[in-house]
Design a protein around this ligand. Structure first.
Ligand code: ZN
Length: 696
């Protein structure tokens, strides 16, 4: 017995986002972000019950609509006007550990080739057709599955192809993903492909919280009775959805309203035109939902709040949310002059005000009180977190001089080493070039170094160890050719046997362990230089995040080396350590390298298939106690690292008019590529990022 959708309290944005998609699936789905225990999943699972039921062709495993059956349905063709069966709209859950076959369906390649039978078992995409596909913890889903999912959602079609044998079927569904950002972010390019996003938090208002608990108690004590008490509300909401769907095609988006949509998107400097399309569609759906046939400024406002937060140019360390002032300004600036203000702003026309669920019944007081008020609370808290932008390092940089230049890409004022131990905030990040481990690995899928993988380009063939998943046709034909006479072949067709089949060998990319060894000593020069170095490492961390690497951080300064962060998936943690990193003192380069060598030795035991990449960020200088041969020690340490076969890159941070070239010789000793700090960038995004932040 699922919890009634109309009984969910204090989740107004989430409910609205789901309902807009229910009215207009073209909006493109919802991504729900929030901590655990906020009833995200309860709300999503409750949705199916209020979606209008669907009529299907009996016996069709692909959920064809009798009125308009899929002409390419694998279970078809269906006769026009055949009998129909009505069933509730489905909510299908995709488990995070699902295989590709489970999602898109499985094709028995061996039967197809040896028996000529196209044996296809539908997957979850077929089951979700005309319903809801829900992925809890979508951020933990394998990239490849997310891609398949979003492709199907965008095209409305699922497509399976194995070696020229293909099956396609309609798969139109409302995609909903939930995630807890503390467990890792979704890659930005995937984020953008969800139509709307909602940030959910537990309600702050004690009265609302009490109501949540009260209803939960009532539901737990008597699920059937509780659900029955909400029957009328559920029915009314289902009817409202159906009415809004019917109204949708009649809703007009005037030129003036479209101008407001594009003005708002431009104001938030979103990439591409997808934002404009989604905002327009969501505004139209909202108008239909509110019973209007023309899009108003309020529709645009509501749509922008749901469609834009995740499309701003941002990086994973930025705070979520949308700045209300910018939004209101953009709406005001683009308002048609002669019309005057069309609407009174968000507080008067909250979308939850006029729903049938508010027409009385058990959904009385607390929800009404919670509705618009809760909304403005949420936005208020967004604005707060927005100010707490973690990037410029509000960490341990307290008490630093306020005049420290930042983001100048390394001022060349390489004066006397500053003996400053306070943390220097990093300069703004930029997009880096791809550093990679040479050779071909076999590690977990990622985006950094070349590797044997389950997908990618075909580079050869082998006898299959298990079932054939990717056939290598030329090798298979070659293997079968000598047996054709013996098998009594007479016709044109090739007579294939199971033992002829050859599996293709594929090459793709793997993720690596990127271990940073960062010189934080006084030799690294001025604060500006250190800020540039930190900015560069931060950029490499962002890059590692997108390439699905594990990262670790070793720093060396003063008396020795420190494992500031053991290898982890949390790039955020690494960034935080880096930001708070104190600098100054002597330069124990050898200690840093030896520490790295030790960490990598342990990691090789722990995760042997994940190849490491050592990134040494240094000017190559080494200093120690008076009379010690620091440079010699560093050379020997580098030799040790190189003898273990560790791939490395040296980022040369030396600046100033007189250069010693020590980093380059360290690079030689490590057998590593040496890049100057300034050569690290692929293209400079730093200025854009800075501009957006200023505007926001
Ligand atoms: Zn069908």
């Amino acid at each position: 017995m699922t919890y009634p959708f109309t009984a969910v309290v204090g989740m107004d944005d989430l409910r609205l986002a789901l309902l807009l998609n229910a009215v207009s699936p073209a909006v493109g789905g919802v991504l729900v972000r929030g901590e655990k225990g906020t009833a995200k999943s309860t709300s999503v699972r409750a949705l199916a019950a209020v979606l209008p039921p669907v009529a299907v062709v009996p016996g069709c495993r692909f959920g064809c609509d009798p009125a308009a059956p899929d002409p390419g349905c694998p279970d078809g063709p269906h006769e026009a006007g055949a009998a129909a069966r009505t069933r509730p709209a489905r909510l299908v859950e995709l488990p995070v550990g699902a295989s590709e076959d489970r999602l898109v369906g499985s094709l028995d390649l061996e039967r197809a080739l040896t028996e000529g039978v196209k044996a296809y078992e539908p997957g979850l995409l077929a089951a979700a057709h005309r319903g809801v596909l829900y992925v809890d913890e979508v951020n933990l889903l394998h990239d490849h599955l997310v891609d398949l999912l979003l492709d199907a959602a965008a095209l409305g079609t699922a497509y399976v192809e194995r070696e020229g044998i293909s099956v396609r079927h309609a798969a139109r569904f409302l995609l909903v993903g939930t995630m807890n950002p503390e467990e890792g972010e979704l890659r930005p390019q995937l984020l953008d492909r969800f139509g709307l996003t909602v940030e959910v938090a537990a309600p702050r208002d004690p009265a609302v919280r009490a109501e949540v608990v009260r209803r939960r108690f009532a539901s737990d004590a008597d699920p059937a009775g509780f659900a029955a008490a909400w029957d009328d509300e559920e029915t009314a909401l289902a009817e409202r959805i159906a009415t809004a769907r019917a109204r949708l095609p009649r809703v007009v988006l005037s030129d003036a309203a479209l101008r407001q949509v594009t003005a708002v998107c431009a104001a938030f400097d979103v990439d591409g035109l997808r934002a404009d399309l989604v905002t327009a569609r969501a505004a139209i759906a909202h108008a239909a939902w509110c019973g209007r046939e023309e899009v108003t400024e309020d529709d645009v406002r509501v749509a922008a709040r749901l469609a834009l937060p995740h499309r701003r140019r941002r990086n994973p360390f930025d705070a979520p949310g949308l700045d209300d002032e910018t939004l209101e300004q953009a709406l005001a600036d683009s308002r048609p002059e002669d019309d005057g203000p069309q609407d009174d702003g968000p507080q008067d026309d909250g979308p939850q005000d006029d729903g049938p669920q508010d027409d009385g019944g058990p959904d009385g007081g607390p929800d009404d009180g919670g509705g618009p008020g809760m909304g403005s609370n949420t936005y208020g808290s967004d604005a707060e977190t927005h100010e707490k932008d973690p990037l410029p390092g509000d960490g341990e940089g307290a008490g630093e001089p306020t005049t420290a230049p930042r983001g100048e890409g390394g001022g060349r004022t390489d004066a006397a080493p500053a003996p400053d131990r306070a943390a220097v905030p990093p300069a703004d990040p930029f997009r880096t070039r791809r550093l990679e481990v040479p050779g071909i690995g076999a590690g977990a899928a990622g985006r950094r170094s070349r590797a044997r993988s389950e997908r990618g380009r075909v580079v050869g063939s082998t006898r299959p160890a298990g079932a054939v998943t990717r056939l290598h046709l030329p090798s298979t034909v070659l293997a079968a050719a000598p047996h054709q006479l013996g098998r009594g072949r007479t016709g044109p067709g090739l007579r294939l046997a199971r033992e002829d089949l050859r599996q293709a060998t594929l090459e793709g990319r793997e993720g690596n362990l990127v271990l940073f060894v960062v010189d934080a000593s006084g030799s690294m020069g001025s604060r500006a230089r250190m800020a540039a170095v930190k900015g560069a490492v931060l950029s490499l961390l962002l890059d590692a995040y997108q390439r699905r690497d594990k990262v670790g951080l070793i720093t060396f300064r003063a008396a020795g080396a420190e494992l500031a962060l053991p290898p982890t998936w949390s790039v955020e943690a690494a960034a935080a350590r880096l930001t708070g990193l104190p600098t100054g003192g002597r330069t124990p380069l050898a200690a840093g390298l030896l520490r790295a060598h030790e960490v990598l030795r342990v990691e090789r035991v722990r995760d042997p298939r994940r190849r490491p990449l050592l990134v040494v960020v240094t000017d190559g200088r080494a200093t120690g106690a008076r009379g010690s041969d620091s440079l010699g020690e560093a050379r020997r340490a580098a030799g040790l690292v190189a003898s273990a076969g560790t791939a490395a890159v040296v980022v040369d941070c030396e600046a100033g008019p007189v250069r010693l070239g020590l980093a380059a010789s360290l690079g030689q000793q490590l057998g590593a590529q040496t890049l100057r700090l300034e050569e690290l960038g692929a293209e400079s995004l730093a200025s854009t990022v800075r501009d957006v932040r200023k505007a926001a």
